[in-house]
Design a protein around this ligand. Structure first.
Ligand code: ARG
Length: 561
């Protein structure tokens, strides 16, 4: 059931069909104060059309609204305010959650079509940095939300495992590297080599040429180059898997940039056939009509390919393999230009499906207001942050609940949950200042606060010996904010997918937790035998939806903590 849509229908017929349903829906607001009602319709925009005062229009609309769904209709300073029939709505919502369980909020808007989601996509031979955390966490959540929306998500890890940087790394390894050291601590050692290369290259420009030459060797499948590359790649993947395991994330494909090595000739050929390739200072580029887009580099002077070339091949491959309806790229906003170029080249190539390509950008994680850079060795290692979060959760549990059963599992869920929620609760385009302290906060609007609310609900159900099937209708006025929150969940799922915005789910969870904790503080849920079952039914619905919302963010929901 969707009360908002019922309200739209009422307004639509009250306005004699003169205003489109879509526009009405957009105009509906939630009143700032509870005592003003549950939904409000402002009439200011209509004043011009009807040449009447907003208040007059509101009065005329109000007279025509008489659905039993609404208990009361009021007009106040240009608004039509409606009050929902609490008993009716509560009973419908609670019944629906009880019936549908974790499927409550599932939509069939995606029609099972495929959405590919390119996310995480770290660069091998480099540590998995905090910077990659955002893409990983946002992408993972979007895949889960897409699924709830009715799509079939395909999770793709487009590993950065090809490119000039590997030539550079080979040069560094051959010059200063030590096999034993790399074996002992691969990622750290390779990073040291990479940083050293860039320091030395500032003085010694030969080094860059050497790096390019080694990458050329790699593209030409030189044996030694391939061997080194494979070794770096395997070690890196081992390290990355540890992190994905910690986060509980899996991918459907690990085809990284190297996978497209034998698929780029075809792209270059296609571009040539369509006369889209031009020479520019020895390199091959695609030019654009608008000034804003600089030419897209397809091949360098020495014949080696680029990031964009590989992305073109990947896009074609994904369309062929998955026949996606949409193809998302969860990548930082500093790559916006790259994706604009990529999508425009595809359009020029005549692929109508370029319309389904979406760059989902996000802000940076800053340290002291500045971007973190691998080249200068300025990175914070994600694995260390995750381990620290889990440790902190462990300490908390030992202090507050030393008799807890599955301590390790709960510490894991809470520690990781804190990090994930901290990221997703921020609107993705905002930059985030890196602060371990902030990430590990367990009070206030945090992941552990939501998890704690869920555990409190679980404990009430245990103590109250809740029996399914004996539901009763809730009578408490204090329950109303919970009901309206529960009611909004399907709409939250819809908006968060359509805006590629998991923060809406995070904000929703905070709202529902707050409403629940307030209720818990003011109503003695277990004390009144008459009311107990009805109240526990409400608690059960809250628990169900909190758990499902947490799942959509990629977080666990312990029953005790
Ligand atoms: N490896 C890249 C980076 O770390 C991200 C790749 C994103 N995906 C893509 N298809 N370009 O910056």
């Amino acid at each position: 059931m969707n009360v908002k849509h019922d309200f739209v229908e009422c307004l639509f017929s009250a306005l004699n069909g003169q205003i489109k349903r879509k526009q009405i829906l957009k105009m509906i607001e939630k009143p700032k104060f509870e005592q003003l009602g549950d939904l409000a319709f402002p009439c200011f925009e209509l004043a011009k059309i009807y040449r009447k005062s907003p208040n007059q229009i509101a009065l005329e609309i109000a007279e025509k609204i008489d659905l039993p769904l609404f208990e009361k209709v009021e007009v106040a300073s240009g608004y039509v305010n409606v009050f929902l029939n609490m008993r009716d709505v509560s009973s419908k919502i609670v019944k629906k959650v009880l019936l549908e369980k974790e499927q409550y909020g599932n939509l069939d808007l995606g029609k099972n079509e495929v959405i590919t989601i390119d996310f995480s996509s770290p660069n091998i031979a480099k540590p998995f940095s905090m910077g990659h955390l955002r893409s990983t966490v946002i992408g993972h959540s979007l895949a889960l939300i897409a699924e709830k929306y009715g799509y079939t998500p395909v999770r793709i890890n487009h590993l950065g495992d090809w490119g000039t940087q590997f030539g550079k790394l080979m040069v560094a390894y051959k010059q200063w590297g030590d096999e034993e050291k790399v074996k002992e601590n691969p990622i750290k050692e390779l990073l040291t080599l990479y940083v050293k290369f860039h320091e030395e290259a500032e003085e010694n420009h030969d080094l860059n040429d050497k790096g390019r030459a080694w990458f050329k060797k790699l593209e030409d499948e030189d044996e030694e180059a391939l061997h080194l590359w494979k070794w770096f790649r395997d070690e890196s993947l081992k390290e990355f898997s540890k992190i994905y395991q910690l986060l509980g994330i899996r991918f459907d494909s690990y085809h990284g940039e190297s996978f497209y090595n034998d698929k780029m000739d075809r792209v270059v050929q296609l571009l040539e056939e369509q006369n889209l390739l031009e020479e520019s200072e020895g390199a091959m580029v695609v030019q654009f009509e608008t000034e804003e887009l600089p030419p897209c580099l397809i091949k360098k002077k020495d014949g080696t390919t680029l990031y964009a070339t590989r992305d073109l091949a990947a896009a074609r491959y994904r369309k062929e393999t998955y026949n996606f309806a949409q193809s998302l790229y969860v990548v930082g906003h500093e790559q916006s230009l790259h994706f604009k170029q990529l999508f425009t080249v595809l359009q020029k190539m005549g692929y109508s499906w370029h319309e389904g390509m979406v760059h989902v950008p996000f802000g940076m994680i800053l340290k002291d207001g500045k971007k973190m850079s691998t080249r200068k060795g300025k990175v914070v290692l994600l694995e260390e942050v995750l381990e620290e979060a889990i440790q902190l959760a462990r300490v908390g549990i030992l202090k507050k609940n030393p008799n807890l059963n599955a301590k390790e599992e709960v510490a894991h869920q809470v520690g990781i949950g804190a990090i994930i929620f901290h990221d997703l609760n921020n609107f993705r385009l905002h930059d985030i200042e890196f602060s371990l302290q902030d990430m590990l906060r367990f009070e206030g609007e945090t992941g552990p606060y939501v998890q704690y609310s869920h555990a409190r609900a679980a404990s009430l159900l245990r103590k109250g010996d809740f029996q399914e099937g004996q539901e009763r209708i809730i009578e408490d006025k204090e329950a109303w904010p919970i009901i309206t929150a529960l009611m909004s969940f399907p709409d939250v799922v819809k908006r968060s997918y359509e805006g590629y915005d998991p923060s809406q789910v995070a904000k929703f969870l905070i709202e529902l937790s707050k409403a629940f904790n307030k209720y818990y503080g003011s109503v003695r849920i277990l004390d009144d035998p008459e009311q107990k079952q009805a109240r526990l039914t409400l608690v059960y619905s809250v628990k169900m939806v909190l758990k499902e919302g947490l799942r959509l963010l990629g977080m666990g929901a312990p029953d005790e903590m």
